[in-house]
Design a protein around this ligand. Structure first.
Ligand code: HEM
Length: 540
């Protein structure tokens, strides 16, 4: 065998002896060089990306990092730092690295371009306890378990058919709440508190058909509100044990201890709901009549849907695992479905009381669409274009979760030319993006008209990275369809059925306080006066 024919890997490179061999040989040579260069370039870029610097960020103290300078109003602090450090910055808090993203372009990289990489959570200690060991949808890591749980939730429980089927249950609770307000007409009412009770009752009704009866409603509702407030406070509480896992056993602030207590109460509550449904018992504390949730197919509740669906979560699931997964889903609904929505009712009502011309236009629209001799029905909601714009504008200025729920990458990657290490916590700073003057004209004005021009430009489904009150991508809020319906229905009912005024001498303001859900600092108190033509309407 001659050298030129087969010696070495590139024989044609060296031995294009004959003239007619020369052209293809040269072409192939150039091709190989080009491909090699491309491969090298791609490799070099990857190398460069992963060896790119960490994002900029403020310096902290040794060991503690930026922790001592964080303060309590995280969302305002993060906005201020965005002014100094730009679209992306890092914060070292104890032994943990946090990355804050402040631009729609970089947010897109996370929730769209690299959605799979960023689809995990790194729940804090309180969240792990509250979610049965990260077994709920919000805090479990992506994988078959989370996917199946989420599929069941979104496709079955939150489907249009399922939500239509339990409309009667929601409606009854909203109507009861309106009757209650009618009795209180002329008297100052804490709107957030009222809305939370209605939402707790509506969610309970949808869960298993039972609600809180009569006086028990007030007492149980008050207890539930207290527990819920504590629960949310602990979830959002900066905890030394999270920043220094090696000190977690000391539980220095007692967060772990307190969350265990709160979780115990909520778990007993959920367990009694599950037992009642699975064993056909009456649910004494919550006034469900025997067989109530089982007999009426029209009013199929969420629990029935879950129980009827074979929960195929993981291969090795034990009955205990299954029970825990079931309770974790119910907890997602109870926790996700109440506090967030009632908080938004309060924000929208506050903005409307501050912007009387906007309030008048909403009321005018309601009168046109619904009529003064009728109560609002859910099927009328899509016709309330202006109210929907008002809700969107309130979400822009007061997103209930301005930092969404932090995500964590499952491998080291690059965003905006910076290295994002595996396991760091990523905050999408939507509270800042929603008010960025580079994006929004007169951002601090409450101007629903900005959402009227092209309503599809900014929907709530996270397709526009400048506006994502419910997040985006595979971790977008799983309860969005219910949240949209409930929020608009409660607000439309409040505004159509009553005129609202402030108690004499009240100075309305927009101060907020940080938590996993950002609420009004001072509760909104306003006075309802009936505005419908017949008192009987309020008695239904
Ligand atoms: C005004 C009402 C609500 C707001 C503003 C809201 C907002 C959010 C946000 C921002 C997230 C994180 C999204 C992300 O990481 O990209 C989220 C997640 C979630 N929400 Fe909501 N939510 C609301 C109502 C609800 C309701 C009614 C439910 C249940 C019935 C619910 C259940 C959930 C669940 C299960 C997740 C976790 C999704 C996952 O990690 O896969 N939410 N929500």
């Amino acid at each position: 065998m001659s050298n030129g024919d087969s010696g070495g890997p590139w024989p044609w490179l060296w031995h294009a002896k004959e003239a007619n061999d020369a052209i293809p040989g040269a072409t192939i040579t150039l091709l190989v060089i080009a491909i090699t260069a491309l491969i090298f370039f791609a490799w070099f870029r990857r190398q460069k990306d992963t060896t790119a610097p960490l994002p900029p960020g403020p310096r902290g103290l040794p060991f503690l990092g930026y922790l001592p300078f964080l303060g309590t109003d995280l969302h305002w602090k993060f906005a201020k730092l965005a002014e100094s450090y730009g679209p992306i910055y890092k914060l070292q808090l104890g032994s943990k690295l946090y990355i804050v993203v402040n631009s729609p372009l970089l947010a897109k990289e996370i929730v769209r371009d690299q959605d799979v990489t960023f689809a995990n959570r790194d729940p804090n200690i309180a969240a792990i306890i509250a979610s049965y060991g990260a077994r709920n949808i919000a805090f479990s890591s992506q994988g078959p378990y989370w996917r199946n749980l989420r599929k069941l939730f979104v496709r079955q429980i939150m489907s249009n058919a399922s939500l239509d089927a339990c409309y009667d249950l929601r409606r009854q609770e909203v109507r009861k709440g309106l009757s209650d307000l009618y009795r209180k007409s002329g008297v100052p009412v804490d709107i957030g508190e009222w809305a939370l009770l209605i939402l707790i009752n509506a969610v309970m009704a949808m869960l298993w058909g039972g609600t809180l009866p009569g006086e028990k409603s007030e007492a149980m509702g008050a207890e539930f509100r207290k527990v819920l407030a504590k629960h949310m406070g602990l979830l959002g509480c900066p905890n030394v044990s999270d920043f220094f896992p090696s000190l977690a056993w000391l539980d220095l602030q007692g967060v772990e201890r307190d969350m265990k207590r709160v979780h115990h109460w909520l778990d007993a509550f959920i367990q009694s709901v599950v037992e009642c449904a699975t064993q056909g018992r009456t649910n004494e504390p919550f006034g469900q009549k025997e067989g109530e949730s089982k007999t009426n197919e029209q009013k199929k509740d969420f629990l029935q849907i879950v129980l009827e669906t074979e929960m195929d979560l993981e291969d090795d699931q034990s009955p205990l695992d299954k029970n825990r997964a079931l309770k974790a889903i119910l907890m997602d609904i109870v926790i996700g479905g109440t506090d967030t929505t009632s908080t938004m009712v309060e924000w929208v009502m506050t903005e409307l009381l501050l912007n009387r011309n906007v309030m008048n236009r909403v009321v005018h629209e309601l009168t046109e669409v619904v009529g003064n001799d009728k109560m609002v029905e859910e099927h009328q909601l899509p016709k309330l274009k202006y109210l929907n714009a008002v809700i969107k504008e309130a979400f822009r200025l007061h997103p209930a979760l301005p930092l969404l729920v932090p995500r964590t990458p499952d491998s080291t990657c690059a965003i905006g030319g910076y290295t994002i290490p595996k396991g760091s916590n990523i905050f999408l700073n939507m509270g800042y993006i929603h008010k960025d003057p580079k994006i929004w004209d007169k951002p601090s004005d409450f101007r629903p008209e900005r959402f009227l021009e092209d309503p599809s430009e900014y929907d709530l489904s996270g397709n526009n990275f400048m506006y994502m009150p419910f997040g985006s991508g595979r971790r977008i809020c799983a309860g969005l369809p219910l949240a949209e319906r409930m929020l608009a229905y409660v607000l439309a009912s409040l505004l159509h059925s009553f005129e609202w005024e402030l108690p004499l001498g009240t100075e309305l303001e927009l101060l907020d306080k940080f938590g996993i859900v950002v609420k009004k600092m001072n509760p909104l108190v306003a006075i309802p006066r009936p505005r419908l033509s017949t008192p009987e309407l309020y008695m239904s």
